[in-house]
Ligand binder design. Structure first.
Ligand code: HEM
Ligand code: HEM
Ligand SMILES: [Fe+2]
Length: 459
């Protein structure tokens, strides 16, 4: 850690990890309901547990993005954060918002708009948090007068995420219109501007972990971001097939969303070749596992499994089934959960005291159990989804009759999810077992030093 203010990131990461653990509790609860009987039917029904599960996901991933940004920006701009106090106020507001939203969902207080269920007061707090965050980051960069491409892509991604949340603040009485604009936030987040955030985290980590040339990596970052936009914006139409908008969206959605995996292939090649060029020279090979893992798992979960159901001719059968859950899990985990954990694992040796920079066997177990568990969960959702589509949509069986017939896949889901949860448990244990480091460490331990001829003094 070069700058004292980077300790802010620790508290964001800690909060994100606790919420991640809580997210899994509600995931397991939701999965258990598929197996029935459900003793909690009238206290915590499926719609409530699922809403809490997905909202916790969004709250912790965004909290992780903010922490990672508070870690990265001082490093890139080589300065202390503009205001540590503002960063803590923002975190407290964010957590109050997240926790009260979850409590609200228990009492059915929410808008009911999938993934954007937050009630209006909570949405306003989200906007306030984003404004504080962007101001703090903006002022830090402004003050330092040093602005790297990696940072530029990151800030643009964060700024656009905030702007794209604005349609979610409005109320639409027409359901088609509501669904139409919902995707401006959800789709353009996960298949647009969040990929810029992921791409910039990848660039930051690869530059430091592989020692690869910053200029080359940042040039490729531009190409990837360009590809994301070419396909991602009009690719939104793959959510417009059956929502009551004109039919011309079908070919547009099919064509452009099918191009989206190109950027993800680019990202995986980019990460892999950076690693090949330098091998595993950096002591923190565990962080490199998470970094390359994120790029590769995104290609699998978002690229391959997204493509699998993105054409209208396929989507007319699979829309809104467990095939969607299959893809949603693998894509979200690979792209956003893994990249947050990559930054955490990279930052931890200097952010905490007494940790071996090479990582521990607990850290590797956490990585591989999560990968294996999530892969198994994806396959369980896939097999359940294929069965569901065939029985319900092709054979015409009723929803509940179908669910009984595909129940066996949920046994596999719970088994794999338990493996995954053990992996997350080990990650949390590894995270919390070392105390926060208040002392500045030797900055020369970082590979990026090679890029900067003048030694950087810790302040
Ligand atoms: C990191 C990137 C991605 C993430 C995190 C992600 C996540 C998700 C999630 C959570 C959903 C369910 C949304 C809902 O119903 O509210 C979804 C739906 C969908 N995704 Fe993705 N996705 C990603 C990339 C892609 C890509 C690249 C493609 C296509 C090549 C794709 C194709 C689809 C399709 C077609 C649906 C709609 C499924 C349906 O009709 O039920 N996704 N995605
Ligand atoms: C213990 C692990 C987990 C279990 C047992 C679990 C289980 C579930 C279940 C049963 C659903 C409802 C599916 C449906 O609508 O029928 C769900 C939804 C969802 N989960 Fe998980 N989950 C787990 C972890 C995760 C993780 C780690 C992520 C992301 C990083 C995630 C992302 C999602 C998303 C995006 C949805 C909504 C999908 C959709 O609407 O189709 N889950 N989960
Ligand atoms: Fe999409």
């Amino acid at each position: 850690m070069r700058y004292r203010s980077q300790t802010v990131a620790y508290w964001y990461f800690a909060a994100a990890m606790v919420l991640f653990g809580l997210q899994l509790v509600f995931g397991l609860l939701s999965a258990a309901k598929y197996l029935g009987p459900d003793p909690l039917l009238y206290i915590l029904p499926f719609d409530v547990t699922k809403t809490i599960h997905t909202n916790l996901l969004i709250v912790w991933v965004l909290c992780g993005f903010m922490g990672a940004t508070y870690w990265i920006v001082p490093d890139e701009s080589r300065t202390e954060l503009y205001s540590v106090k503002l960063a803590y106020i923002q975190l407290i507001l964010w957590l109050i918002m997240g926790v009260t939203a979850i409590i609200g969902y228990l009492f059915r207080y929410g808008t009911g708009n999938k993934l954007l269920e937050q009630p209006l007061p909570h949405k306003i707090v989200i906007v306030i948090c984003m404004l504080i965050f962007l101001y703090n980051i903006g002022m830090t960069i402004w003050k330092s007068r040093r602005f790297t491409t990696t940072e530029g892509v990151l800030v643009l991604g964060l700024l656009s995420s905030a702007v794209l949340y604005l349609p979610a603040l409005l109320h639409y009485s027409n359901y088609t219109v509501a669904v139409f604009y919902r995707w401006w936030t959800i789709h353009l987040w996960v298949e647009g501007v969040w990929e810029m955030i992921q791409g910039s985290f990848l660039a930051y980590l690869l530059i430091r972990l592989s020692g690869a040339d910053r200029e080359v990596l940042e040039k490729w970052l531009y190409v990837i971001v360009g590809l994301v936009f070419i396909a991602g914006i009009l690719g939104t139409a793959h959510h417009y097939y059956w929502v009551g908008v004109p039919g011309y969206w079908l070919p547009i959605g099919g064509f452009f969303s099918a191009l989206e995996p190109v950027a993800l292939v680019g990202m995986a090649i980019y990460a892999y070749s950076a690693m090949r060029r330098s091998g595993l020279r950096h002591p923190n090979a565990l962080a490199l596992h998470w970094t390359i893992g994120s790029a590769v798992f995104t290609l699998f979960g978002a690229g391959l499994l997204g493509l699998a159901h993105t054409f209208p001719s396929v989507n007319k059968w699979t829309h809104g089934t467990l095939i969607t859950a299959m893809h949603g899990h693998a894509a979200f985990y690979g792209a956003y959960a893994m990249i947050v954990m990559a930054v955490i694992v990279y930052a931890m040796p200097s952010l905490t005291r007494g940790r071996n920079e090479r990582g521990s066997s607990v850290g590797y177990w956490a990585f591989w159990l999560q990968i294996a568990g999530m892969f198994g969960m994806t396959l369980s959702f896939a097999t359940a989804g294929i069965g569901q589509v065939y029985l319900e949509r092709i054979m015409g069986l009723g929803f509940l009759e179908t669910q009984i017939k595909i129940q066996v896949h949920f046994l596999m889901l719970v088994a794999c999810a338990s493996l995954f949860a053990v992996g997350v448990g080990l990650f949390l244990y590894d995270f919390f077992r070392y105390p926060l480091n208040q002392v500045m460490t030797d900055p020369a331990r970082d590979d990026e030093e090679a890029l900067y001829p003048a030694p950087i003094k810790a302040t």
